[in-house]
Write a protein that binds this ligand. Structure first.
Ligand code: SAH
Ligand code: SF4
Length: 380
């Protein structure tokens, strides 16, 4: 039998596993702390665990790290790691240091089946879901590697925030995602605040509802268009869950969310979604026809990060700023995301890893649907 990977368990899962070994919950807590707080990968290190338990674990379990393929460091301090996840697939994880925080951008899938037009991961197609252990291993590696590298004192943390904004659609890998989130939040694990763990989704409506029940964390929704006609083209999942349903799910989510707003992400594409009329439409959309239909939100404008074969261009800076001003004047808190790590292709939407496409997504993408002239019928 192949050994169990203990990174696959949240604390309750580990306690259940320990029970099968005849061990009490407090042993699972000790073990969990060794793994996640101290970064131990070797049962021999776990000095306060009984020798008999260490022996049992050594024969049946492992703490399986991801195989590191490469590391790239940007001039702005951003670090991107590429991990081998087997069978020709590789995923990327990005560390983004700022003065007051350290953010880790984590991948949830090898590739992505949603196939957004402006996303390099989407263009690659989909291979498979990552396991909980593979999601958690990205944080486990980054936290403990950075603590050493940055020479942090005992008790200091390298990573204060996690954003599920790497490769993949986290809400299409729900079963693996939730235990991973719980491990991030657990005081015996990484102890991250719910407000500092963000799930970003292209809008898988039923799973937004489940996340609200199972593990509410901060929610970011990738909007990118103010109407269904355009969003259908940019984010194909919109055909299944159109904007009205998505916004209703956002409102429901806020009832249990750790923050009192949803972050809407909006990737600024030259001549596609950056027109003043589209800003007006976007304002009307989030304000809703009636006050009770308003979605409390922040808008995060992301200047498009180009990649070969996208056929799209970044909106000029003045246009992004004018769009932002229009939203702000309508009372919507709006930020323009600083591009980080673009010299190493680590910026939003540039993560491509290596994916063996097992779908036809890539093939579909080669059909030119989007034209960048604002007047084309396709876009209005
Ligand atoms: N699948 C999830 C999370 C991963 S993508 C989602 O779509 O939300 C993280 C963010 O980067 C999303 O808002 C996504 O729309 C945005 N993004 C994707 N490609 C981009 C690109 N080329 N330039 C800028 N942002 C991009
Ligand atoms: Fe998938 Fe998100 Fe990229 Fe869309 S933007 S293809 S949902 S990773």
């Amino acid at each position: 039998m192949s050994p169990v990977n203990l990174l696959d368990f949240d604390l309750d899962g580990l306690a259940a596993h320990c029970q099968t070994l005849g061990e009490k919950r407090f042993r699972a807590v000790q073990l969990f702390r060794w793994i996640h707080q101290k970064g131990a990968a070797d049962f021999g290190q776990m000095s306060d665990l009984a020798k008999s338990l260490r022996d049992k674990l050594a024969g049946s379990a492992v703490i399986r790290p991801l195989a590191l393929l490469s590391e790239q460091a940007s001039t702005d301090g951003t670090i991107k790691w590429l991990f081998d996840v087997g069978n020709g697939d590789a995923v990327e994880t990005v560390f983004i240091p700022e003065d007051d925080r350290g953010t880790l951008c984590v991948s949830s899938q090898a590739g992505c089946a949603v196939g957004c037009r402006f996303c390099s991961t989407g263009h690659q197609g989909f291979s498979r879901n990552l396991s909980t252990g593979e999601i958690v291993a990205q944080l486990w590696f980054a936290e403990h590697h950075l603590r050493q590298r940055l020479g942090l004192a005992a008790g200091e943390r390298a990573i204060s925030n996690v954003v599920m904004m790497g490769m993949g659609e986290p809400l299409q890998n729900y079963a693996a995602l939730v235990p991973a989130l719980r491990t991030m939040l657990d005081d015996h694990g990484y102890g991250l605040s719910r407000r500092r763990v963000t799930v970003s989704t292209s809008g898988v409506v039923p799973m937004i509802d489940r996340l609200r029940e199972d593990c509410p964390v901060a929610l970011a929704v990738s909007l990118h268009a103010p109407n269904d006609a355009l969003r259908d083209q940019l984010v194909p999942l919109n055909r299944k869950y159109p904007l009205a349903e998505l916004l209703q799910a956002c409102r429901r989510y806020l009832a249990s969310a750790p923050r009192d707003f949803i972050t809407f992400e909006y990737c600024m594409l030259d001549g596609v979604n950056d027109d003043p009329e589209q800003a007006r439409e976007l304002i009307a959309l989030v304000h809703g026809p009636r006050a009770e239909q308003r979605v409390p939100c922040k808008l995060n404008l992301i200047p498009f990060n180009p990649f070969p074969a996208s056929g799209l261009k970044r909106s000029p800076r003045e246009r992004v700023m004018a769009f932002a001003r229009q939203l702000q004047e309508a009372g919507i808190v709006t930020t323009v995301r600083k591009t980080r790590g673009d010299d190493i292709d680590a910026a939003c939407g540039q993560l491509a890893g290596e994916v063996q496409d097992r779908t036809r997504v890539h093939k579909r993408m080669t059909r030119p649907v989007i034209r960048i002239e604002p007047s084309t019928q396709d876009l209005t």
